[in-house]
Design a protein around this ligand. Structure first.
Ligand code: CUV
Ligand code: SF4
Length: 633
């Protein structure tokens, strides 16, 4: 297959796609082809189906065709309303995930399945939230802290607690713009209300409540998700693993863990280590149990246990095509419903576990947190018993994988930085070394590269092109989500990749012993990036928007990504998008996003589908911010 025809960056993925064709199995790329051209109105965001007088589709061109919906809504209103609803949906996904984790902490007990793994983090959060810890059992403290977190979702008064963590000038901006989020659920409900037929029509107001809701994700749901997962399952430390479909093992029971919430995957990891379960696998003739992660669940378990990464979003079908997967175990989010028909073509069991994500045709084994380990064991047993059904003639494991070093929580990064601190002069445990190399220009800046895969882009191509370009120009990259998995597969999260970096970044990588691209976890862990940027800004006595830092979503697709982009902007960090958002039908909204937002938040959107142009824009913007910062410091 010629390079230009390839839908994936990866030769081996292409071979699997050919295998699918040969076996008459349909994949997403077949469906993408069958979809033909997308609806132009939907693509530009000017289709409204909020009430039953419509659907109304108005013209994206001013002065030509229908300019208003039946109620009189303009393209500006419709576009902004649709965008706000995407933010609400994305925020609800991250936050509902966080709520479940907080519930798990509320049920944690010393002799139960869920215990407290990072007491220090719990105690410092207790102090931050003014919970008494003196002479108290750590589990009492945990339950009280969990209850406070659960109240963050619906408290009637005040604003979110984690907002306090932001730099002072940022908090002031939020206050002045009136976008400090109140309770998380309340912000989501407010958007649904304000975007109901006949409510807000002012586009700027919609963007503002959109940002407020998005902030309830970044500094609310997502941050709770990360912090509470760390307390329950451990704060990640650097560890080694491998990534890509080559991690699948022909002689073992292969289980794909796909979805998002670590409360399930942690238990599966425990279950797969149980001697009796391992014995059962041997009894069916397997040499062991091979867990392999996919999407954000994959990120959660690789960050904390080094579980190998099978792949990212676009490899969920491809993994099944290898013919060696005994079970795909999923919980919520980013799961293709097509896993039902595709697993039907093989022996693979498709097991759903969450009442929030039941999928037609899948085997549903509800995961019960009260009996977490037992539930997990019965799910793993299903997989083991399926090993005998594997069809030898259908087996093909692509022999590609790369070494990855990951597990870079903020704490882990600071610990690495301590290597260069002369403790006679400076205290350990701060971001000072990072601030210093940025000030000195050894590092020109930093980029957070995040998000999904999208068939509008060759699989992983934009992620990798942009990462390579940035590290070659001494911009350190931090990454989460499917972008992080793309990096791991391409070898960019290995320390060896420092050779692709510019001289400055290379020197930093050697001195502090890190790869040039740091895998920081799952999508909710973008809150780690917010924390790192915020701490660096505080250390330098500036705001986030003064730092030469950019946020990038080269291949985004989900509503969650829209929420993320908006809280990143509201946090003062520019966002570069490699896929056009459905807003192009309103010149006014586009102007706000790519221009006027800067006056409000100090950050704005840059949109270009060409990864090379997009990275050039990032480098320019980083230098622009550097020049301003140098003049100030
Ligand atoms: Ni939550 S949201 S495709 S798994 S990054 Fe991956 Fe990340 Fe996008 Fe989904
Ligand atoms: Fe049409 Fe207005 Fe109803 Fe939307 S809310 S469908 S624009 S009438």
């Amino acid at each position: 297959m010629s390079e230009t025809k390839m839908v994936s960056l990866d030769e081996m993925d292409e071979q699997l796609i050919q295998k699918a064709e040969a076996e008459g199995v349909e994949t997403m790329w077949d469906r993408k082809k069958a979809m033909k051209a997308p609806c132009g109105f939907g693509e530009k965001g000017v289709c409204c189906r909020i009430c039953a007088m419509g659907p109304c589709r108005v013209s994206p061109v001013e002065g030509k065709g229908a300019q208003r919906g039946i109620c009189g809504a303009t393209a500006d209103t419709i576009v902004a309303r649709n965008l706000a609803r995407m933010i609400a949906a994305g925020t609800s996904a991250h936050s509902d995930h966080a709520r479940d984790i907080a519930h798990v902490m509320h049920m944690a007990s010393r002799d139960g399945n869920y215990t407290i793994k990072d007491e220090r983090k719990l105690l410092s959060l207790a102090e931050e939230w003014e919970v008494n810890t003196e002479g108290r059992d750590i589990y009492d403290v945990a339950h009280e802290v969990a209850e406070i977190a659960l109240n963050e979702f619906g408290k009637p008064f005040g604003t979110l607690k984690f907002l306090e963590r932001a730099p002072e000038p940022r908090k002031k901006i939020w206050r002045e713009l009136d976008i400090e989020p109140r309770a998380i659920d309340r912000e989501i409900a407010t958007i649904m209300h304000s975007t109901h037929m006949g409510c807000t029509s002012d586009a700027e107001s919609l963007l503002k409540i959109g940002m407020r809701t998005a902030l309830a994700d970044g500094w609310g749901g997502s941050m709770i998700g990360t912090v509470f997962s760390d307390i329950l399952f451990g704060t990640p430390v650097p560890r080694e693993t491998e990534a890509n479909l080559g991690v699948l093992e022909e002689k073992q029971v292969n289980i794909i863990l796909h979805g998002h919430e670590p409360s399930l995957s942690e238990m599966i990891v425990m279950a797969a280590q149980d001697p009796q379960i391992i014995k059962l696998a041997e009894e069916v003739g397997a040499e062991g149990i091979n867990l392999a992660g996919m999407c954000c669940t994959g990120n959660e378990v690789t960050m904390r246990h080094g579980v190998k990464i099978a792949g990212n979003f676009f490899q969920q079908e491809l993994a099944v095509l290898t013919g060696v997967i005994e079970a795909v175990i999923v919980d919520v989010q980013c799961i293709f419903p097509s896993l039902t028909p595709i697993t039907d073509c093989y022996h693979t069991k498709f097991i759903t576990t969450s009442p929030k994500a039941k999928i037609t045709g899948a085997t549903h084994i509800e995961f019960n947190e009260e009996k977490a380990l037992e539930s997990a064991k019965s799910i793993v047993r299903e997989a083991i018993e399926n090993f005998k059904n594997r069809k030898k003639e259908k087996v093909f494991i692509p022999q590609t994988k790369n070494q990855a070093t990951l597990g870079y929580s903020v704490e882990a990064i600071i610990k690495q930085l301590d290597r260069v601190v002369n403790s006679n002069i400076d205290p350990q445990g701060t971001v000072k070394p990072l601030a210093d190399v940025i000030k000195a220009g050894v590092l020109r800046g930093a980029a957070g590269i995040v998000g999904c895969n999208n068939p509008k882009v060759k699989h992983d191509y934009s992620h990798i092109e942009i990462m390579k370009k940035l590290i070659a120009n001494d911009v350190i990259v931090v990454t989460t989500g499917c972008a992080a998995q793309a990096a791991a597969k391409a070898g960019l999260t290995s320390k060896d990749a420092a050779k692709l970096a510019g001289k400055g970044l290379q020197a930093v990588c050697e001195l502090v012993d890190i790869p040039p691209v740091l895998h920081m976890g799952s999508c909710v862990d973008i809150s780690r990036i917010l924390t790192l940027v915020g701490e660096t800004a505080k250390h330098m006595g500036v705001d986030n928007c003064d730092l030469p830092v950019v946020g990038v979503a080269p291949e985004w697709m989900s509503e969650k990504a829209v929420a993320i982009a908006n809280y990143v902007i509201a946090s003062g960090i520019d966002v570069f998008l490699g896929v056009e958002p459905p807003v192009m039908g309103s010149a006014a909204v586009v102007d706000m996003l790519t221009n006027k937002l800067e006056e409000m938040t100090g950050a704005k959107f840059f949109i270009d589908t060409d990864p090379h142009k997009l990275s050039a824009m990032m480098l320019d913007r980083i230098e622009e911010k550097r020049a301003k910062l140098e003049a100030r410091l």
